[in-house]
Design a protein around this ligand. Structure first.
Ligand code: C5P
Length: 220
């Protein structure tokens, strides 16, 4: 099955406190975005489109050295993925959307997502169980509900879609409406989203502590 990879890499990385966009921050000597592109290609996608901060296009082109097509990202993740999707091969059967912020995702996760798509799923996300009791709070921080954690999952990337389905879902999403992941965009259209096993190593690098943990993993 032909598949395009999209990497959302246009975030600023404010919470990481770095001196450059998060996707350019090095891990084991390699920028996060380079790890993310390599994971997608190693897992079996045919080509990759990366959404980058417009002002940093040259820096991304330098580190990616022709391994991916670059597009200008937007002010939000939703806008960045929309831009990359518009620039991706319309003839591809599948699209996998991945966060640059998940550099150590093993290619096996990509393989599982592609297999589920090939088996007919229109949308598939990698997930992990929730091990902590997880609660809902009100504006004052008072607990209002404690959902049964056996039914909860943490959602990772890459998230895979039939290209036709994802393109239709983004077309139907009003401009300016922001959702935190792409599965939410297709669910808004009523499309069922299947799950496959994620991987703890696909953890998101958000704050400095996450980057320090990732460094320990690549040094082993
Ligand atoms: O901010 P957060 O860590 O949730 O961002 C997830 C991913 O979305 C990151 O890889 C980031 O680079 C990307 N992003 C983007 N465009 C934005 C904001 C975030 O591509 N405007």
């Amino acid at each position: 099955m032909s598949a395009v990879g999209i990497v959302a890499a246009a975030g600023s990385g404010l919470r990481l406190g770095a001196d450059r966009p998060k996707a350019l921050v090095p891990l084991g000597g390699r920028p996060l975005v380079v790890w993310a592109v390599a994971t997608l290609l190693d897992g079996g996608v045919d080509e990759v489109v990366v959404a980058v901060p417009p002002a940093e296009r040259e820096a991304f082109a330098t580190v990616l050295r022709g391994t991916a097509t670059l597009v200008d990202g937007g002010d939000t993740r939703t806008a960045s993925v929309r831009a990359a999707l518009d620039a991706s091969d319309p003839g591809a059967a599948a699209v996998l959307v991945h966060d640059a912020a998940r550099p150590l995702t093993p290619p096996g996760v990509v393989v599982r997502v592609l297999e589920a798509l090939a088996a007919g799923a229109p949308a598939v996300v990698p997930v992990l169980p929730v091990v902590d009791t997880t609660v809902v709070v009100d504006a004052d921080g008072v607990v209002t509900a404690a959902p049964d954690r056996a039914t909860l999952r943490r959602v990772q990337t890459p998230q895979g879609f039939s290209r036709v389905v994802l393109a239709e879902a983004y077309r139907a999403l009003p401009l300016g409406e922001e959702l935190t992941d792409d599965a939410a965009v297709v669910r808004a259209l009523g499309v069922p989203v299947r799950t496959v096993a994620g991987d703890e190593r696909a953890a998101k690098v958000t704050v400095a502590h996450d980057l320090a943990l990732a460094e320990l993993q690549v040094q082993r």
